[in-house]
Design a protein around this ligand. Structure first.
Ligand code: NAD
Ligand code: DAU
Length: 331
């Protein structure tokens, strides 16, 4: 099999390439990535020479057409992904997430290539802290931010191309990922690297918002399961029962790094901040037999803290510019 991986130099995409080299070594991989601020070619590490890395925009329809016609499967990870950035400037989110996905859909339609579209649980909006329900595949779409609205738009485009044009595609909506190679703008890497730099972790609002954490390898194993055994046109939710308040995550990071658990700072809240996400992944588990392999969030977080301690060369170049950006919004 020859696979095109869009966004393969970003956090989840690069981990996907590593996972695929380790577990599906027969697959030839072509990575298409615009190498935006969020990408780092070095995240591909030892497997960099085993894949073809093409720098380009997924909205460039002639480039995408040329690449798609020579592959059997597209794994579509490329996106603008940070909610805070989407509040400052939504424009690249519309370009990449909506127009870019449209360009890929037209190419897979022309060449009859199967697509797996990687999406987010944020398309469902948020839940109250005490809501007994979790998101399922039947939850109505209700996105809050420009980021989640553009991801919702991309999901709906995929569904329409399946129904109207017979495109073979699967969709997954996953909860919050953590693990190595995640940009320091995101919550967990930001707080780990803050503590390593002697800066207090920054919690938005009251710090009681809840996210449902999953290790990136568990997400990527699920993506392969869905691509190989999922039914075309279906959506599968991916989650590992990892609900935590942001305060608890910060306390765990501080504990891991030998600091008092209350050594954090409360800062300005994110406008429109979703309160809670929670995934019910029963469909994926019962229909396709997937289960997460990381035993618990605590051990996965410990390994992630150690990775950032040991890989300062990877994150250091991004740190000052990221914090300068946050300083402008008092976050
Ligand atoms: P990321 O920001 O770390 O990486 C995104 C990658 O896409 C980068 O390498 C970037 O250069 C590339 N890219 C951006 N615009 C592009 C364009 N126009 N053309 C080609 N490449 C472009 O993101 P991530 O956290 O790895 O997320 C990957 C995917 O998973 C996204 O679709 C995201 O919506 C989805 N997702 C993320 C999470 C999470 O917790 N991070 C959870 C669920 C779903
Ligand atoms: O749920 C899946 C989504 O998870 C993905 O679709 C997104 O691409 C990904 O970025 C992530 O979105 P969040 O907005 O949940 O992630 P973020 O890391 O930005 O923030 C996680 C939580 O932590 C959120 O409640 C905001 C809060 N936060 C974030 C930062 C950066 C803080 O309290 N302090 C911070 O400094």
């Amino acid at each position: 099999m020859r696979a095109l991986v869009t966004g393969g130099a970003g956090f989840i995409g690069a981990n996907f390439v590593h996972w695929t080299r380790a577990h599906r070594p027969e697959v030839e991989i072509v990575v298409l990535d615009a190498l935006t601020y969020a990408a780092d070619g070095s995240s591909l590490g030892a497997v960099r020479d085993e894949v073809e890395l093409i720098q380009g925009d997924i909205a460039d329809s002639s480039l995408v057409d040329r690449l798609v016609k020579d592959v059997d499967q597209v794994f579509h990870f490329a996106a603008e992904t940070h909610n805070d950035n989407s509040l400052t400037d939504p424009s690249p989110f519309v370009h990449t997430n909506v127009v870019g996905t449209f360009s890929l859909l037209e190419a897979v339609r022309r060449h009859d290539v199967r697509l797996h579209h990687v999406s987010t649980d944020e398309v469902y909006g948020d839940l109250e802290l005490d809501d007994p329900e979790r998101f399922t595949e039947a939850t109505p779409y209700n996105p809050s931010s420009p980021y989640s609205a553009t991801k919702a738009g991309s999901d709906l485009l995929v569904r329409a191309w399946v129904r109207s044009f017979g495109v073979a595609a699967t969709i997954s909506n996953c909860s919050n990922n953590y693990g190595p190679y995640q940009h320091v703008e995101k919550f967990i890497p930001r707080q780990i690297t803050n503590v390593l730099d002697g800066i207090a972790p920054k919690l938005y609002g009251d710090g009681l918002n809840v996210r449902d954490w999953i290790h990136v390898d568990d997400h990527n194993a699920a993506v392969w399961t869905i691509a190989e055994t999922g039914r075309s046109g279906e959506t599968y939710l991916i989650g590992a029962d990892g609900e935590q308040t942001n305060r608890d995550v910060v306390a765990a990071v501080l504990r891991e790094l030998g600091k008092p658990e209350d050594a954090f700072e409360l800062v300005r809240d994110r406008p429109g901040h979703d309160r809670r996400y929670a995934i019910d992944s029963s469909k994926l588990r019962t229909e396709l037999g997937w289960t997460p392999t990381y035993p618990d969030f605590a051990s996965g977080l410990k390994a992630t803290v150690q990775w950032y301690q040991q890989n300062e060369d990877w994150w250091r170049p991004q740190k000052a510019a990221t914090e300068a950006k946050y300083a402008k919004t008092q976050q």
